[in-house]
Unconditional design. Structure first.
Length: 206
């Protein structure tokens, strides 16, 4: 094989979409929920210790523990990766998220959490139920749903400046399509579901 043919083969081979991969990981649902938990906890309490306590409770039940189950399933071959790309493999992760989020909501109510934090958990749970029902038939984008819902929730909690986060929603949507994990329609559907169901529920409850 000549140098020319090697260069041609190299140019023809698909490039690893590094930017899309980085965006998809950095703006993954579990990462955004982790950040959102702390941000809303701070807005609701404006005190360090309550923010840590309430934020950790929501983060554990809606992000860290569910992600632990998902990673375990990926490593044991129960689904294809920690993003659970195959729609059929999403049932157990969705059920896990719903159950643990329900436990988190119950604990928030029992321990008298601020209304805004209860609203956050209800909003996330509502979004999970809707997107989970859609996923039975169609692989809606959870990355887009969580990103869009987070932006609306932050805008309600902190004000109009948070709408700048729409850039991140567009970026994560692009990354999912670029990686071939979702179609544009699935990303748009996730965006609408997250903004309307998650963000809308939060706005109605606070």
């Amino acid at each position: 094989m000549t140098a020319t043919s090697e260069q041609t083969d190299s140019a023809a081979s698909p490039r690893v979409p590094v930017a899309a991969t980085v965006l998809s990981e950095a703006l993954a649902p579990w990462v955004l929920v982790l950040a959102l938990s702390g941000a809303v906890a701070w807005r609701a309490t404006e005190a360090v210790l309550p923010t840590i306590g309430w934020g950790l409770l929501i983060a554990l039940t809606s992000s860290i523990l569910p992600m632990g189950v998902i990673v375990w399933g990926a490593r044991t071959g129960r689904w294809d990766s920690h993003h659970v790309r195959n729609r059929e493999g999403r049932l157990v992760p969705f059920l896990t998220l719903i159950v643990l989020s329900g436990v988190g909501l119950a604990l928030l109510l029992v321990f008298g959490a601020p209304r805004m934090l209860v609203a956050l958990d209800v909003a996330m749970l509502a979004c999970l139920l809707v997107t989970g029902a859609i996923t039975v038939r169609w692989k809606v984008s959870m990355h887009a749903a969580v990103a869009a819902g987070a932006v609306v929730i932050l805008a309600v909690a902190y004000g109009p400046a948070a709408w700048a986060g729409a850039v991140a929603v567009a970026a994560v949507g692009w990354s999912r399509v670029r990686l071939g994990d979702h179609t544009l329609a699935q990303v748009l559907a996730g965006t609408v579901a997250g903004a309307v169901i998650g963000g809308g529920a939060f706005a109605l409850l606070v």
